[in-house]
Design a protein around this ligand. Structure first.
Ligand code: AMP
Length: 381
């Protein structure tokens, strides 16, 4: 029995991919309507409820996460009672953007210039040292662009401080990177240290939330360096499971933004587009089973549905579309589903994405991915 802390769409897709392996799941989430509850038994409890954690620990053989912000103390409490992967220590570093950036720097991995900000005075001196534009982020609990403020001029300091700093939250200021592209490495490390990575994925965000992914990225010259970075991070943390290393491409620089210690939205294309999906590989790693093949089967595009789902029947009228709906109530900025298209060539993928975008009225959303496909040299698999 595999236990998953956090019952969102990632837990749901983990459970769905584990079923053919003969696995059964139990999910713990504070929300009664957590969407993984549709496919696996859900225990509703707070992550800090030790009575509930004890019942959870009794019911499962191994535990993992769909959510990186499970309190470190709860993860450690569980790890004293049963195998927990990734280890709570790896989770703890990625929960703090400052500790994470220091860890990247110690491994020789380039990052945006950054500075710790614990007071208004430190914000003023960090702005002086780093320059503008810059981005102020909460060190903890931020995701999908939440807990972030972009500073364009010194006049923004007061507003940024009022919004993020005044409650005593620890912050980090980062130089704004005028990136040419965003990419992620989806990597997996087994219990015995074996490491594999999927082809580099190119990503586009809208309002801080992933909007589109393209894999392979078309930026193959960066692949070896990006994968070496991911491997160094995974080895350093003795990481077990799937993770995502998110990087900015700026000229010939590759700058690490953050590491997500879990299966990742930018790896959803692997369900249909890779020989073994990120979800199955995570479970294989966590259970000490041999890792699966991370090769891509062709060229894939993933279109995220945030806030509102398009018409399902309109999308499915295109026979090649893979449709994923998470069973969540629609709310602004909420990830509700995604669609994946796979093809044997870039040209065929561009044609398929153009068709889907028009069917579901997402031409604007899909435009950046289509532009990148249009610019990339003709490739086939
Ligand atoms: P994060 O929550 O750190 O992953 O940020 C969400 C998104 O905001 C990133 O994927 C970027 O699109 C943008 N972003 C975050 N930090 C920076 C930065 N230092 N420079 C430029 N864009 C950024």
């Amino acid at each position: 029995m595999v236990g998953i802390l956090g019952g969102g769409q990632l837990a749901r897709m983990l459970a769905l991919s584990g079923s053919p392996l003969g696995l059964r799941f139990r999910v713990l989430d504070s929300a009664a309507d957590a969407c993984a509850g549709d496919v696996a038994p859900l225990m509703q409890a707070d992550f800090t409820d030790l009575g509930a954690l004890a019942r959870f620990a009794d019911a499962v053989d191994v535990a993992t996460f769909d959510f990186e912000n499970v309190p470190a103390a709860s993860a450690e409490w569980l790890a004293e009672r049963l195998p927990v992967f990734p280890a709570p220590a790896a989770l703890a570093i990625t929960q703090d953007r400052l500790a994470e950036k220091h860890a990247f720097a110690a491994l020789g991995i380039d990052t945006p210039t950054f500075a710790k900000v614990d007071s208004r005075e430190e914000l003023v001196s960090a702005v002086a040292a780093i320059g503008l534009p810059a981005i102020l982020k909460t060190r903890r609990l931020g995701y999908d662009g939440k807990g972030q403020f972009r500073l364009r001029s010194p006049r923004d300091i007061d507003t940024a401080w009022a919004q993020l700093g005044s409650t005593g939250t620890a912050l980090i200021l980062e130089a704004w990177v005028p990136f040419d592209a965003e990419v992620s490495v989806i990597g997996v490390r087994a219990r015995d240290g074996e490491f594999r990575a999927y082809p580099l994925t190119r990503n586009w965000h809208a309002e801080g939330i992933l909007s589109l992914s393209l894999a392979p990225s078309g930026l193959e010259s960066l692949e070896a360096r990006a994968v070496a970075y991911a491997r160094a991070v995974a080895d350093r943390f003795e990481y077990v499971g799937v993770f995502a290393l998110e990087l900015f491409v700026h000229g010939d620089r590759l700058l690490a933004n953050e590491m997500a210690p879990r299966v990742h939205n930018s790896g959803h294309w692997t369900i249909e587009g890779a020989v073994c999906s990120q979800f199955e590989n995570h479970l294989r790693a966590v259970l000490g089973l041999p890792l699966g093949d991370t090769s891509a089967r062709g060229f894939c595009a993933m279109v995220n549905f945030v806030g509102e789902l398009p018409d399902r029947a309109a999308a499915l009228a295109q026979a090649a579309v893979h449709w994923h709906e998470y069973g969540k109530v629609a709310r602004p900025a909420r990830k509700l589903g995604h669609a994946t298209l796979c093809a044997r060539s870039c040209e065929a993928l561009a044609g398929a994405v153009t068709q889907l975008a028009s069917r579901i009225d997402r031409d604007g959303q899909c435009a950046p991915l289509l532009a990148a496909l249009g610019e990339s040299p003709s490739r086939e698999r």
